[in-house]
Design a protein around this ligand. Sequence first.
Ligand code: PLP
Length: 547
Amino acid sequence: MNSFDNAAFREQFPILKIKVNQQPLVYFDNGATTQKPQCVIDKYQMFYSQENANVHRASHTLSALATHSFEQTRKQVKNFIQASSIKEIIWTKGTTESINIIAQSWGRDNLKAGDEIVLTQCEHHANIVPWQIVAKQTGAIIKVLPLTADGFIDQLVINEMITEKTKVVCCAHISNVLGRINPIEKIIARAKQVNAISVIDGAQAIAHQPINVKELGCDFYVFSAHKMYGPTGVGILYGREELLNRMSPYQGGGEMIKTVSFAQTTFNDLPFKFEAGTPNIAGVVAFSAAISFLQDWSSDIENYEQKLLEYCLAKLTTISQIKMIVEGEPDIPLISFVIDDHHNHDIATSLNVYGIAIRSGHHCAMPLMAYLKLTGCLRISLSAYNTFEEIDYFIECLDKIINQEDSLPQLTENNNQLSDDIVSLFSKAKGWDGKHREIMMLGKNLNRLNKDRRNEKSLISGCESLAWLVFDKNNDGVYRFTADSDAKVIRGLLVIVLAAFNDKIAKEIHAFDIERYFEQLGLIQHLSPSRGNGVHAIVQRVRQIAR
Ligand code: PLP
């Protein structure tokens, strides 16, 4: 029997009561960041209204209060992940910064030409790029553990790939795309056998699994507070004390020193040696409420999340066009898939119209996408505040969107829209729902560019999905642009932008008030910043051409 009281849990999160596009919010993007319970919001506010001062620096009451709360949270984290000492808990601004500290601080001192850094095929960019940077600095070489067809690290090659040459092995505890628990115990054990250090990226695991770093025996374990109901801007770097003691500081500045003279500086003890400057004190203090919150609920959450996962998987299989990106079930409620003949961005923006937040794109895992021969995918990542009813609603909307997209009318001619036509079209469209439908319709009816014209030269950089722009200029200096994208929503936006610029000379293109045009359409405020930036990238490219 599941004793989890979803309604009571859900009640803790004020944001879940808001509406998005006039619809109740359905938040399925918890892998990116979780929502925050009232206790975390209250603690944040309490700190700024009652305790705010800098930590470790002053002898006044507020500073003592702030330092106490700040250090209490460090103790809480130590207990939460079963570390040996608070000296092993370093505050950072997130998983990414934690990994960069290890790569630069440990890596630069310990790697040399020919040494091997072993990563896995399913790493987040945060656990790839810092290692590439240090590899370049030291001459070390990166090797990649492959995956099996069902998205597991291929255990048969662990011993073969992690050898005496290996100095560090870096692995996600759970992949942010595949939702798989990786065999980190085996990887850590093999790393130990060859005297390599192990770095475990716990960003996705921390909200779903109890973590015991001593039992795991890893050298480093890193995670972010914001993925476990805590605030953004707070990260944790757990490192074995003995290793941290041998490492040089990553950044210099206040608080990380014992003494400073122009001749020589001596560094502070752990953990402060790695905490230069004023940290995110309010964030750390509020994080303490998130840890307590998670501990209070954790025994019931896992079982409930498993049920959500099974329910959601079963429902998704009722839609025949859906293809999971790997075989088999994920281990946490995080499901990645693609939909035959539908672009990921089209689906995600359409779901947004119904108030449903899901993620589309490469998920900061471009090497994994390339390995799976995908340009991107859709990801839903659930939390214990999600409900079975939300899954039903999501499936119902998804089904509707797939069929609706298929049934958008096919017009015969769509490439000669004028900006006035577009403004008039949009003024009749009701709400974002109506405008979005118009964009999708324009996109569906835009003639595709010939494949040979979709090339590196015509590619618009800065767009979220692939988009291409080509042009002709006649003897009178009049421009005619033609564009294309692999996503309907971007093609629709291209039609809108080009309606403003086509059949104009350079002077007119530069004189056109595009911001006012977007305002008239009521467009930009509804686009995510990245999609908004994409639209601006198209405008910029047109203006560049007409320079
Ligand atoms: N590693 C994994 C597996 C992640 O899922 C993420 C974020 O999604 C990160 C690292 C980076 O975390 P942050 O952006 O909090 O630094």
